[in-house]
Design a protein around this ligand. Structure first.
Ligand SMILES: Nc1ncnc2c1ncn2[C@@H]1O[C@H](COP(=O)(O)O)[C@@H](O)[C@H]1OP(=O)(O)O
Ligand SMILES: [Mg+2]
Ligand SMILES: [Mg+2]
Ligand SMILES: [Mg+2]
Length: 342
């Protein structure tokens, strides 16, 4: 089956990175820096990027990598660099059994170089991995949801997607039970999910909800009001006859939620028309939703275009839904936008 090894390496790489991210999530020391675009980055974002890029380039040395972060902040701050290297080294030491498949990093200098292998510009040709080492850094800092996300784009089309949501419950019916799920998909081979804590277990197939009655449907949206328009999303839900409160989750956990039937719709209406969604924010989750039987477009009904570089500059917003519901949802979105003359 195509991409079997890519799926395996992607799962192992993000699983290992979550050992590091969960350690920081549960610690007081996050080492948060506000980046130039006013978004936060923590020592966990850097550490996860180092571990995941090291794994991918060990297994597929010819592939290109688009990663969200770069090492400039760490090169400028030795104390922070040492903190990140300490986390990375501890994680490597704790997972020596994976070294043959995932490679190793010998020192902090090499770690910086590995982080910077993610500066590729993306594009329409070749094998390009899109990595968000921590998606939903604001949720991570708030103690809510975040996700570690990795997708493989081949000639502009996502072929492999893998994401870990360390704080989503394994059983949505038992929110106080075990937490941490790993989802993955290969185009044409379906999507699966398994507890993050059982690396070797085979994933179980997942699918979108079968609800087709809007009065029983639920929609997912982000937590951050600065990232999507809650008012427009509420107005669209109302026009569709949705009465249930929205499921608010940070990160690609929203893709994970609808792809296993917890919610039927994901709405992400832009708060600014100048913002360009990043490819790493959507590559893995969009494929998992499609392979779980869902439909995903932007707010104009256009397919997500991963050929444009590091961003989805040909798209605006996200409308993802169970297949039977997507046309009506898109119509309601267009009605709302017409009202707002977007
Ligand atoms: N204005 C914006 N519109 C849409 N997404 C945004 C915006 N600003 C930041 N983001 C991104 O939203 C993602 C989190 O999604 P959610 O809000 O659904 O949890 C983050 O990767 C964040 O990117 P960044 O890492 O640049 O902050
Ligand atoms: Mg970020
Ligand atoms: Mg991120
Ligand atoms: Mg992100």
């Amino acid at each position: 089956m195509p991409y079997t090894n890519e799926r395996r390496i992607a799962e192992l790489a993000i699983q290992r990175a979550c050992i590091l991210t969960e350690r920081v999530y549960n610690s007081q020391v996050k080492g948060t820096i506000m980046k130039g675009d006013k978004s936060p980055v923590t020592i966990a974002d850097f550490g996860a990027q180092a571990l995941i890029i090291s794994s991918v380039s060990h297994a597929f040395p010819e592939d290109s990598i688009v990663g969200e972060e770069d090492s400039s902040d760490l090169r400028a701050d030795k104390a922070k660099r040492d903190l990140v290297w300490g986390l990375v080294k501890d994680t490597l030491d704790a997972t020596k059994d994976l070294t043959s498949e995932l490679g190793d990093i010998k020192d902090s200098e090499e770690m910086l170089a590995v982080i910077d292998r993610g500066t590729h510009q993306g594009g329409a040709v070749g094998r390009i991995w899109a990595l968000d080492p921590i998606d939903g850094t604001k949720g991570f800092l708030r103690g809510d949801q975040y996700a570690v996300c990795l997708g493989l784009i081949v000639d502009g089309k996502v072929q492999v997607g893998a994401l870990v949501c360390p704080n989503l419950p394994v059983d949505p019916e038992a929110p106080e039970g075990e937490k941490g799920i790993l989802l993955s998909a290969v185009r044409g081979q379906g999507a699966t999910m398994r507890p993050w804590s059982t690396p070797s277990a085979q994933g179980t197939p997942i699918s979108m909800s079968s609800v087709t009655d809007f009065s029983k449907a639920r929609f997912c949206e982000g937590v951050e009001a600065g990232h999507s328009s809650h008012s427009e999303q509420a107005s669209i839900a109302k026009s569709l006859g949705i009465t249930a409160p929205s499921i608010q989750l940070d990160s690609q956990a929203k893709y994970a939620s609808i792809s296993r039937g917890v919610g039927e719709i994901y709405l992400r209406l832009p708060v600014s028309l100048s913002y360009e969604e990043k490819i790493w924010d959507h590559a893995a989750g969009s494929l998992i939703v499609e392979e779980a039987g869902g439909v995903i477009t932007d707010i104009y009904g256009k397919e997500l275009d991963f050929r444009q570089g590091r961003t989805l500059r040909a798209n605006k917003g996200i409308v993802a839904a169970q297949t039977a519901l997507h046309p009506a949802v898109l119509k309601a979105v267009k009605e709302e936008l017409k009202v707002l003359e977007l």
